[in-house]
Design a protein around this ligand. Structure first.
Ligand code: AOF
Ligand code: ZN
Length: 354
């Protein structure tokens, strides 16, 4: 379907600048919980005047970061008559920080283009009314899908009280998560393990079972270059039936410099654990557990996204990545599926259809 001719220019321009705003927003992924990752760009006469992203809850929102960037690089009145592109609808009430709609109005910005409506019921859709009443032109829904994708973890928590759950498993082609005992512990290549580290930097908590802890004595930490003053170490969550005493007290999780970021849940329903993590401000969690626990999360319909790393080996053995047992009531179906080569491995990603 052809777009209306006279709009083609404007439309593609909006998308171009929104793509820039998304680029800014991505810098904040993993840093902003319980807030969303948001990016903004300010444009006038076809030129970028400044940009910014939300860095941390309690710090200025993306819009105010971008405004401050323009003021730092140009004169303050450069903002008069400008357009702001923001991945999320600007907030219209004060929270930890003042309302962004006020910042937009005070600085003489005349046009607001945003991607996704704020899933936060305090704001959802309110910006349009507030801004239009003061004569600001508002466009919404530009690159909406991409903007919503970025917001998913926040949207899930704020609308359901549960975090966005990513299940990560490294497996042999026959679906096993351990190798013959005479071989090393790793199934996948160093390249895949690097991707897993990047994944950890995007989430707020990592969940494993007691069995994995006993077997691997994992650290579940970010690499030093990924952690910073801004990025807190994700919570390291251990689910156990037999309690903390059953886990070796000299293990990394209990002795290293992040030991206060280790949480133990004993005998708790999985949704209760997730709810509790959401209450602590987690928008997203990563499951790095073994087959049995992974299966329980899947059966309880708590998994939102899969990241499956397949190593080009066939191992046999008993440790299936998704546990053993009867069929599920019905298959989980994935959408937005992609596959890519990572070193020798194949990564298959997908989002669970609900
Ligand atoms: C952000 N960053 O760039 C935008 C947000 O407590 P506050 O003041 O930080 O407000 C958080 C809410 O503001 C958040 O739930 C979301 O609805 C809205 N927009 N939040 O953290 C941003 N634009
Ligand atoms: Zn705001």
């Amino acid at each position: 379907i052809a777009k209306p001719n006279n709009n083609t220019e404007l439309f593609s321009d909006h998308e171009k600048w929104m793509a820039r705003a998304l680029e800014e927003a991505w810098k904040g992924v993993g840093l902003t919980s319980p807030n969303p990752a948001v990016g903004a760009v300010i444009v006038k006469n076809g030129e970028e005047l400044g940009a910014g992203y939300h860095r941390k809850a309690g710090l200025p929102h993306a819009e105010r970061e971008a405004i401050a960037d323009v003021v730092a690089r140009h004169r303050e009145d450069a903002l008069k008559g400008a357009t702001i592109y923001v991945t999320l609808e600007p907030c219209s009430t004060a929270g930890r920080t003042p309302a962004c709609t006020d910042g937009i109005l005070e600085n003489g910005i005349v046009r607001v283009v945003y991607g996704a409506v704020d899933p936060n019921p305090d704001h959802a859709g309110a910006a349009d009314t507030v801004l239009k009443a003061k004569g600001v032109e508002v466009h919404s829904g530009v690159l909406e899908k991409e903007c919503e994708r970025l917001l998913r973890p926040f949207a899930k928590r704020i609308t359901t009280g549960l975090p966005w759950v990513i299940a990560k498993t490294a497996m042999s082609l026959d679906g096993r998560i351990t190798r013959p005992p005479s071989e090393g512990q790793w199934l996948t290549s160093p390249e895949s393990r690097e991707i897993v580290h990047q994944l950890r930097a995007r989430v707020d908590a990592i969940i494993v079972g007691g069995k994995t802890v006993r077997r691997d004595n994992p650290r579940l930490t970010l690499r030093s270059e990924q952690s910073s003053a801004e990025k807190e170490q994700p919570w390291r969550v251990v689910l156990t039936y037999s309690g903390r005493e059953s886990l070796p007290q000299d293990f990394h999780l209990f002795t290293d410099e992040h030991k206060e970021r280790t949480l133990i849940y004993q005998d708790k329903p999985l949704d209760e654990v997730l709810r509790n993590l959401a209450e602590k401000g987690c928008n997203s969690v990563l499951l790095e557990c073994g087959g049995k626990l992974m299966r329980q999360f899947a059966e309880a319909e708590l998994i939102d996204e899969y990241q499956l790393f397949y190593a080009p080996i066939i191992t046999g053995g008993e440790d299936f990545g998704f546990g053993l047992g009867d069929h599920f009531k019905s298959s989980l179906k994935l959408k937005e599926v992609s596959s890519q080569s990572i070193g020798q491995d194949t990564l298959i990603q997908g989002v669970v259809e609900r």
